[in-house]
Design a protein around this ligand. Structure first.
Ligand code: MG
Length: 356
């Protein structure tokens, strides 16, 4: 198989950068786009680089961000603005290739093995895309350029912000060998800790294990690790990657102990899910209920229906039935979530649906 040219582009501190661009008062200051720390408290979606210096990170509770950086400014997200920028960025991508796989509003893979303008050099294309984003949108992006998605994505993160990192085909294997296991994206903290307990710290350590060893310890993902540490990742850039599921969940300030408390919370979550499904014109056949108990034990239960649904009432009824079947007497619930999946034939606009 011939060598591919893959670019991963990632906008730098995307939501925060758009806010700083559009509001001079925010420039050069620590800001966090996301929920405010008041009341039950929101979470940080994106922190500006000024805020990151204080240790503020995405997905951190806003209350914690305020402790770390008392002068931080909280800004409510403006998704319409981010979507508009995202569309413009995609239009820039399309000048070079139609093989674009968006991962979210601010991230995408591009396959430029063959590019529309016959530039031939993936590095030159990445430079031009970065320049166009700067000129036309007054924002910066970081690019990773390599032979597959995995390495390109890791590379884009290496010299942020405004970076461009190229990992040549001949460097891929040694690059993977030297990579610390926690840098493998998709390896969560739990798996990384497990690897370290097994004395596996880098790609080179993983490489010493057989495929069977890896599968035994890490399940079917082990097969993926086996290939990836050898620089093998033949996953194609998929321009029409479908949305696979739409969901919402909520963590409660106090554990829920009775059905009377659980039903209204479940209904609220169902409403969020129904709104999202309807906005994206999706109907799912499978309803999944997630429950996390006060001891952090987690279960999921699902029910598949004969037809796809996206109406509030059916989601509520199905989710309530699933909840009742878990025998919710004498339990303390700290989180509930509902997800719809199994969308069937429809091909919606690509991209993951964020958790807002
Ligand atoms: Mg980003």
């Amino acid at each position: 198989m011939s060598v591919r040219k893959i670019i991963h582009i990632d906008m730098d501190a995307f939501y925060a950068s758009v806010e700083q661009r559009d509001n001079p008062d925010y420039r050069g200051k620590p800001i966090a786009v996301g929920g405010s720390p008041e009341g039950r408290g929101g979470v940080v979606a994106t922190a500006s680089y000024e805020a990151r210096k204080y240790g503020v990170r995405s997905a951190m509770p806003s209350k914690r961000a305020l402790q770390l950086c008392p002068q931080i400014i909280f800004v409510s997200p403006r998704f319409a603005a981010y979507r508009e920028v995202s569309q413009h960025v995609r239009e820039i991508f399309r000048r070079y290739t139609d093989l674009i796989e968006p991962l979210s509003l601010d991230e995408a893979y591009l396959d430029v093995t063959e590019d529309k303008l016959n530039i031939g050099s993936a590095i030159a294309i990445a430079q031009q895309i970065k320049q166009a984003i700067r000129d036309e949108l007054r924002l910066t992006a970081s690019a990773g350029v390599s032979v597959n998605k995995f390495v390109a994505k890791i590379a884009s993160d290496m010299q942020k912000p405004d970076g461009l990192t190229f990992i040549a085909p001949s460097q891929v294997e040694s690059f993977m060998e030297n990579l610390p296991v926690e840098k493998f994206f998709g390896v969560g903290k739990v798996t990384a800790d497990k690897m370290k307990r097994m004395n596996l710290h880098t790609g080179a350590d993983l490489k010493k294990l057989t495929e069977n060893d890896l599968v035994q310890h890490f399940g079917k993902t082990g097969r993926f690790y086996f290939k990836i540490v050898r620089g093998q990742d033949d996953r194609p850039v998929q321009p029409h990657r479908e949305t696979k599921s739409v969901g919402a969940e909520d963590t409660f300030p106090h554990d829920l102990t009775t059905l009377e408390e659980m039903y209204p919370e479940l209904d609220k979550i169902a409403l969020t899910v129904a709104n999202r499904l309807q906005k994206h014109q999706l109907k799912g056949k499978t309803v999944t209920l997630k429950i996390k108990y006060s001891d952090f034990r987690q279960i999921t239960r699902n029910q598949s229906l004969p037809h796809g649904i996206n109406d509030l009432e059916t989601i509520v009824v199905t989710a309530r039935q699933l909840l009742v079947k878990t025998d919710p007497a004498d339990v303390r619930i700290r989180l509930l979530g509902i997800t719809l999946s199994n969308f069937g034939e429809e091909k919606p606009e690509t991209g993951q649906l964020s958790l807002f």
